[in-house]
Design a protein around this ligand. Structure first.
Ligand SMILES: [Zn+2]
Length: 387
C-alpha cells in the first residue's frame, strides 16, 4: 500500500472516530474526506450550509461525461444517548469478524469501502466517471441532500445510476416510502371553565382532528394494494405529540398536534393533507367561529422525505442487477437520500453493505465480510466504467 492507500477497515475506524451525530458539526469528517481525496489527486466541491457548521461534499473521478455512477452516502449518525453500549461508540472495536461503532452500518461502512476503492478508480482510467456524494442531516429529514442534489444537477453530467449505499445487505432496492411531518396549530378562545360556552376549547377540537386522522388511516389501510413488497403495503398515519392547555379550570385556547404520514411511492400525500385541512375548515373552524371569529386551525408540512419511485427497467436497476447478480428489486419502508436524486431525474437505487436491523441500535456493527463484498462490488463497478 502507498502512503495514501488505506483499507476500508482503517478508513472506517477514522470515520467512526468523528462524532457526527446530526445535532453536531460534520466539518471535521468532511475535511478528512476532502484531504484524503486531495492526496489521491481528486478535487472536491464542499457546500457549506447557512450555519457553516455542516457541509456536503462531492467529487468526480474520471471525465465528467454522461453515463457515470454516483455513490451516495450521508455523513451523520443517530445519537447514542441512553443506549447501553458495551464500549465507546466513537472508537471502533473489532471482535470476531465484526466492527463495532456508531455508524458502522448506517452508513460509514459504505463510505469507507468507497473511499478505499478510490485509488483503484483513479488507476483504472475510467471512461465514464464515479461521483462521490456525501450529505449531512439525512437522519433528521434528508436536509443535506436537497442543496447537494440541486447543485450537482446542473454541474454533473447525467449519470447511469445513483447508488445510495444504505444498509440493504447488498440487495438492490428500487422503491421506498415518503415520510411527512405535519404540525397542526389549533387556536380557540380562553374562558373560565365554569362557563365553557364563553370559550372555544382547543383541546376538544384537537380530539376531533385526531379522530379524523385515525379515520384517514383506516381508509388508507383498506385501499387497494399498489405494491405488495412494502410492509405494510399501504400509506400510514400516526399522531406523535399533543400539547395544549395549562389547568383544569381554564378553557384552553391553544393546542398543537404533531402527526406523520408515510406514503407509498405513488401516494399524493399533500392532497391527503389538503383533505384534513378541508375537514378542519368546514367541520371544525365553522363551529368555532360561532363563538369567536378569530378562531383558526393551521396545518403545515414541517418536513418531508420524498419517496423513491420504482422506475421499472431503469439504467440504475439494470446496472445494480449486473453488479450484484440479483435481478429482483426490493422495497423498504424507511426513507433515504435516493428520493431526492430520483426527483431530479437521475435513475436511483439503494444498495449497501450491512443489515438495517443493526442501524440506530446500541453496539451497532458491520461484518468485515460485508465490507469485503461491497469492495468486490465496487471493483466490478470500476471495470464496468473502464470498459
Ligand atoms: Zn442511513
Amino acid at each position: 500500500m502507498s502512503a495514501t492507500q488505506k483499507s476500508a477497515k482503517e478508513l472506517l475506524e477514522r470515520l467512526i472516530g468523528f462524532d457526527t451525530t446530526s445535532d453536531k458539526s460534520n466539518l471535521a469528517l468532511v475535511d478528512f474526506v476532502r484531504s484524503y481525496l486531495s492526496e489521491l489527486g481528486v478535487e472536491c466541491t464542499v457546500l457549506a450550509d447557512e450555519t457553516s457548521e455542516k457541509a456536503a461534499l462531492y467529487a468526480t473521478i474520471g471525465p465528467n461525461q454522461e453515463g457515470g455512477v454516483v455513490l451516495s452516502a450521508h455523513s451523520d449518525v443517530v445519537p447514542t444517548e441512553g443506549q447501553p453500549w458495551s464500549s465507546n461508540p466513537y472508537q471502533m472495536r473489532s471482535d470476531g469478524g465484526r466492527l463495532y461503532g456508531r455508524g458502522s452500518t448506517d452508513m460509514k461502512g459504505f463510505l469507507a469501502t468507497v473511499l478505499a476503492e478510490v485509488p483503484a478508480f483513479v488507476a483504472a482510467g475510467l471512461k465514464r466517471p464515479v461521483h462521490i456524494a456525501l450529505s449531512y442531516d439525512e437522519e433528521v429529514g434528508c436536509l443535506g441532500v436537497r442543496p447537494l442534489s440541486q447543485h450537482m444537477k446542473t454541474r454533473v453530467a447525467l449519470p447511469e445510476a445513483v447508488i445510495v449505499g444504505e444498509p440493504t445487505g447488498l440487495a438492490p432496492v428500487n422503491a421506498h416510502k415518503s415520510a411527512y411531518r405535519l404540525e397542526t396549530e389549533i387556536h380557540g378562545r380562553s374562558a373560565h371553565s365554569s362557563v365553557p360556552s364563553w370559550g372555544v376549547n382547543a383541546v376538544f377540537y384537537a380530539a376531533h382532528l385526531v379522530t379524523e386522522i385515525e379515520r384517514l388511516g383506516e381508509r388508507l389501510a383498506a385501499q387497494k394494494v399498489s405494491d405488495p413488497r412494502f410492509e405494510p403495503p399501504y400509506p400510514t398515519v400516526s399522531v406523535g405529540e399533543i400539547s395544549g392547555g395549562t389547568a383544569h379550570n381554564i378553557v384552553p385556547d391553544h393546542c398543537r398536534v404533531v402527526w406523520g404520514m408515510r406514503g407509498m411511492p405513488d401516494t399524493d400525500v399533500p392532497a391527503l393533507v389538503e383533505e384534513i385541512r378541508a375537514y378542519c375548515d368546514t367541520q371544525l373552524v365553522a363551529k368555532m367561529r360561532v363563538v369567536d371569529e378569530a378562531c383558526v386551525i393551521n396545518t403545515q408540512i414541517a418536513a418531508s422525505i420524498l419517496p423513491l419511485k420504482p422506475r421499472g427497467g431503469s439504467s440504475a436497476e439494470a446496472l445494480i442487477s449486473t453488479l450484484t447478480g440479483i435481478a429482483e428489486m426490493g422495497a423498504v419502508s424507511y426513507g433515504t437520500d435516493a428520493g431526492f436524486f430520483d426527483d431530479i431525474g437521475w435513475p436511483s437505487v439503494v444498495c449497501g453493505p450491512g443489515d438495517i436491523a443493526q442501524a440506530h441500535k446500541p453496539d451497532e456493527f458491520i461484518a468485515e465480510d460485508a465490507l469485503d463484498q461491497c469492495t468486490a462490488m465496487l471493483g466490478r463497478l470500476g471495470a464496468h466504467l473502464s470498459a
